[in-house]
Write a protein that binds this ligand. Structure first.
Ligand SMILES: [Fe+2]
Ligand SMILES: [Fe+2]
Length: 283
């Protein structure tokens, strides 16, 4: 009698935009998230950029200290965001000089994309960068994806247009500045990966959202923005088996309540950016 083989049920947690800034509040939020991740028994965790707030080595060390239980067991995959590039540019070294690289773990295959650019060394130029060459490298990486793995593209910046979250973002869009825009080839990236992977996971914008793209290609593609996990005090947990998502992702909450940091944390640098842009336009 044939043996019924059952594929193991696996879980994947998605966090983003920790913005660790060495403050006690920031440390407590990150620590509470780690505890919640451990309680969720996630097999693997992805963190889609802006781990640090100003790209400093000390902020990165704090991240390594707090998330050591996941890092030491090879259960955490992370990519750089624009906030990891200013200052001492810690994020500049995380992709080994590559724009696209792959990570394979039991049951999952990640195509990690670096959507930051040299312009992000300027703290106030927050928009991302995605070239056609990078999009083609993502396609090539997907060609090598195992059939029985959940396949996710990890990228920091948003790939599709999203509503602005603040007055400075609305103003920047109105002025035609790139500050709040989605990746210029984001829609192209989505079109090319549709039907060939299961998830696009990103951050950058601090309010979470999700988009389900049409399933005519036979393999649904879902695009999730985690938002700022430290601000929200929660993260999504995906269940999957045999390379397919099972049901809807669940929100897992940390012991830290949602904090209204986003506005104050981002409005000041955004305003400074706008002042800089205005100055450049006038002189
Ligand atoms: Fe962010
Ligand atoms: Fe960002």
């Amino acid at each position: 009698m044939p043996t019924l083989l059952r594929m193991p049920l696996r879980t994947l947690a998605h966090l983003s935009d920790l913005h660790l800034d060495l403050s006690p509040d920031s440390d407590a939020s990150a620590q509470a998230l780690l505890s919640a991740v451990q309680a969720s028994r996630a097999d693997h965790v992805v963190l889609t950029g802006d781990l640090t707030h100003q790209g400093s080595r000390e902020e990165y060390r704090r991240f390594v200290d707090i998330f050591a239980p996941l890092l030491d067991t090879g259960r955490l995959t992370f990519i750089p965001g624009n906030h990891d590039r200013p200052g001492e540019d810690v994020g500049g070294a995380w992709m080994d000089g590559l724009k696209v690289r792959t990570v394979e773990r039991p049951g999952v295959y990640f195509v990690c994309v670096d959507s930051t650019g040299e312009h992000n060394r300027n703290y106030f130029a927050s928009h991302g960068e995605l070239s056609l060459d990078t999009v083609e490298r993502v396609e090539a990486a997907l060609d090598a994806a195992p059939r029985d793995s959940l396949v996710a593209v990890l990228v920091h910046h948003h790939v599709l247009p999203l509503p602005e979250e603040s007055f400075p973002e609305r103003l920047a869009t109105r002025m035609g500045w790139p500050h709040a825009s989605e990746l210029s080839l984001g829609a192209e990236l989505v079109a090319r990966v549709q039907g060939r992977c299961d998830l696009v996971l990103h951050g950058h914008r601090h309010q979470p959202c999700e988009t389900v793209l049409d399933t005519a290609h036979g393999r649904p593609l879902r695009v999730f923005n985690a938002g700022s996990s430290t601000d929200l005090g929660r993260f999504r947990l995906f269940q999957h088996s045999d390379g397919r998502l099972l049901g809807e992702p669940q929100w897992c909450h940390s012991t830290q309540p949602e904090r209204p940091r986003t506005a104050g944390h981002n409005v000041r640098p955004a305003l400074q950016y706008l002042v800089t842009q205005l100055g450049m336009a006038l002189f």
